[in-house]
Design a protein around this ligand. Sequence first.
Ligand code: DC
Length: 222
Amino acid sequence: MSVAVALDGPAGAGKSTIAKRAAKALDFIYVDTGALYRTIGLAASRNNIEPIPSAEVDDLLSNITVDLTFNENGEQIVLLDGEDVSGLIRTPKASMMASKISAVPSVRAYLLDLQRNIAKSHNIIMDGRDIGTVVLPDAKVKIFLTASPEARAQRRFKELCQKGMDVKYEDILSDVITRDYNDSHRETAPLKPADGCVMVDTTELDFEQSVEKILSVIKENI
Ligand code: DC
């Protein structure tokens, strides 16, 4: 039986970097489900589908293929119709499209089996918003990772600056607040702590402390 760790929480809480490191330490696979929503958001942008929701989203879903694969280092690659779009989905615009498209019930349904199938065949840490509540409610360990909006915006700002992007902290903070609101107020699978989850707040923790905390929660529960 494979072991699943469901890791949910708002944008910018550090889920992906912390979980990648923790997965490596445990020899688990790290699965970033946000990349799947970002990929459908990218497909919608490419097809000029705006505003969202729109009836055209269902047509889009029947015409695209989204897949996850892992490279030799165990890193996730996301494919849109066979094209590696892992880099293209990491822009502020793609974040906003993903947030909008993730509220569409048919999009969530479309991605459900893909996520569950990965969990069947690997030991994983799966990062998302509804992993403990909807995708893997029976996950062995469920963690809700959070931090204050200001701390999360500051981290994302630094990350994008390091990538050479010309961004303003105030815009990032306003995006974080908007996405939090969208993610936690949508009707389908809103962001909320799962029953029985362990809450971890990283506002006052640095990266290494956050990894240690997550690893200790996982080890105590598996
Ligand atoms: O984790 P992320 O920032 O890459 O996620 C992009 C968007 O996708 C975010 O607005 C929330 C949404 N999402 C979701 O609704 N459910 C998930 N399991 C993962 C992400």
